[in-house]
Design a protein around this ligand. Structure first.
Ligand code: CA
Length: 243
């Protein structure tokens, strides 16, 4: 039986108190009929084969929630969905150059996606001298593999600032696979919590915890995904007090 995996949800977020139409995609999603979420009291309506209307209750606290798709083969793996309290708007392609930059208001969320390798999305906004403007790109923090570079240029195209990643740097994620390299449910990369910061010893965690004793005696492969990080050694340890 196929294992339902949810690869994308777009837009990957919505404003509390509004309805948002999301398109979902993945594998093993035949007979898609519903969306389940950790958003309290979310109402879901199916629109067509791969689109759903989500009614996000007003007052939903800002943050990252899980969405899962439900189809013939059961409930899928989760994808992150960001509920915010700002008006949201969608990216409009073409926007790859300064000349085609999309005019956006301040205090807004723009839902964009990388359409092709090396895609650039340009936006323009009006700000007054002395005004403080915060620009933030949410990618890795909500499950995206995108390693975004954020640049700010002035009206003449001169670069003022650049950020090459602020959140999620120097991190390690670990996946446990069977001998054929197939991720073991519960220990997939998507289940892994990020390890970060310098330390001599850290315990690997997945969303279900750090206990891998059910794999004892089974040959496994470990996949380490490192970003600006070094791993010097690893070991499997018994719980404290048991060896
Ligand atoms: Ca673009």
């Amino acid at each position: 039986m196929p294992n339902p995996v949810l690869h994308t949800v777009f837009p990957a977020g919505g404003q509390a108190g509004t309805s948002v139409i999301v398109a979902v995609d993945g594998t093993g999603l035949d007979g898609l009929r519903d969306i389940r979420s950790t958003i309290p009291r979310l109402t879901v309506k199916k629109i067509d084969a791969k689109r759903f209307s989500l009614d996000i209750p007003a007052g939903t606290p800002t943050g990252v929630y899980d969405l899962r798709a439900v189809g013939l083969h059961g409930m899928s793996s989760p994808r992150a969905f960001f509920v915010g309290n700002h008006a949201e708007t969608a990216e409009l392609e073409p926007n790859d150059t300064f000349e085609t930059a999309q005019l956006v208001p301040l205090d807004a969320v723009i839902n964009g996606r990388i359409e092709k390798p090396g895609d650039v999305d340009c936006y323009k906004f009006t700000a007054k001298a002395g005004q403080r403007v915060v620009l933030e790109c949410w990618a890795e923090r909500m499950d995206s593999n995108l390693c975004a570079v954020l640049e700010v240029n002035d009206g003449a195209g001169k670069r003022l600032e650049v950020s090459r990643g602020y959140a999620g740097v120097d991190r390690v994620r670990i996946e446990i696979q069977d001998v054929d390299g197939k991720p073991i449910p519960g220990s997939r990369l998507g289940d892994a919590l990020e390890l970060y910061g310098d330390s001599l010893e850290q315990t690997a965690f997945w969303t279900a915890g750090s206990d891998v004793s059910k794999l004892a005696g089974q040959a496994v492969r470990l996949r380490f995904v490192l970003r600006d990080a070094d791993v010097y050694a690893f070991q499997f340890q018994g719980q404290k007090g048991q060896k």
